[in-house]
Design a protein around this ligand. Structure first.
Ligand SMILES: C[S@@+](CC[C@H](N)C(=O)[O-])C[C@H]1O[C@@H](n2cnc3c(N)ncnc32)[C@H](O)[C@@H]1O
Length: 201
């Protein structure tokens, strides 16, 4: 019998099933895996700041891939579902733009990598959603400067169709290399992509 062509749904199932099998709460972990293998976002023993961390797949991936001297500081408006007793994990529930949250995070820094999968609550209106994603990413980029070590890396989600090039230009001022990359693990219909800044000056 001829093999069925894989549909969008089966592709989605592939990543969701893989995440379940490997103990990750969300399939989005494979986006970080691709970003990290392509750009080497973080190293074995490093301090990582994960913004928009819930339910916790990216943080868990970082914990699994880094060594005993690493630290993952994570923040989200929502709670995470991964094991919070892991001593290399420091989680804060709240808004990353809250000054108290930022100063607590800074106490754990500076960080070798800042990763952000943060996304605004979507409305279904592409213009509104893209605009909100731009504002969120722009805010994170301007604060990431305070959080990163020289030589550090940044990966940040942005909805395509807004001014992602403008954000890439912002990054180019403070990073030696900048990239825009859409991992294969992004859903076909999704309009998200990732901005990457390498080697913070
Ligand atoms: C796509 S989810 C992240 C998934 C996560 N990377 C994982 O793999 O489990 C996006 C998250 O961004 C969070 N978020 C959006 N704005 C935020 C803000 N200002 N501060 C903290 N978290 C925020 C949302 O609450 C949501 O949980």
């Amino acid at each position: 019998m001829p093999k069925k062509k894989s549909s969008k749904r089966s592709e989605l199932d592939h990543y969701s099933l893989k995440a379940k099998k490997e103990g990750y709460p969300a399939r989005s972990v494979y986006k970080l895996e691709e970003l990290n293998s392509k750009f080497g976002i973080f190293k074995k023993n490093s301090k990582i700041l994960d913004i928009g961390a819930a339910p916790g797949s990216w943080s868990l991936y970082c914990l699994r891939k880094t060594g005993k001297d690493s630290l993952v500081a994570a923040v989200d408006l929502k709670d995470i579902t991964i094991n919070k007793n892991e001593e290399r994990l420091f989680f804060l529930q709240g808004d990353f733009f809250d000054e108290k949250i930022q100063s607590q995070l800074l106490e754990k820094g500076p960080f070798d990598a800042v990763i952000s999968d943060a996304a605004p609550a979507t409305t279904g209106n592409r213009t509104v959603d893209t605009g909100r994603s731009f504002t969120l990413a722009e805010g994170i980029i301007s604060i990431a400067d305070k959080m990163l070590c020289p030589g550090g890396n940044l990966a940040i989600k942005i909805f395509q169709g807004g001014d992602e090039k403008e954000l890439a230009n912002m990054l180019a001022k403070t990073f030696k290399e900048t990239k825009i990359f859409k991992p294969k693990a992004c859903r076909n219909e999704s309009f998200e992509t990732y901005l990457v800044g390498l080697n913070f000056k």
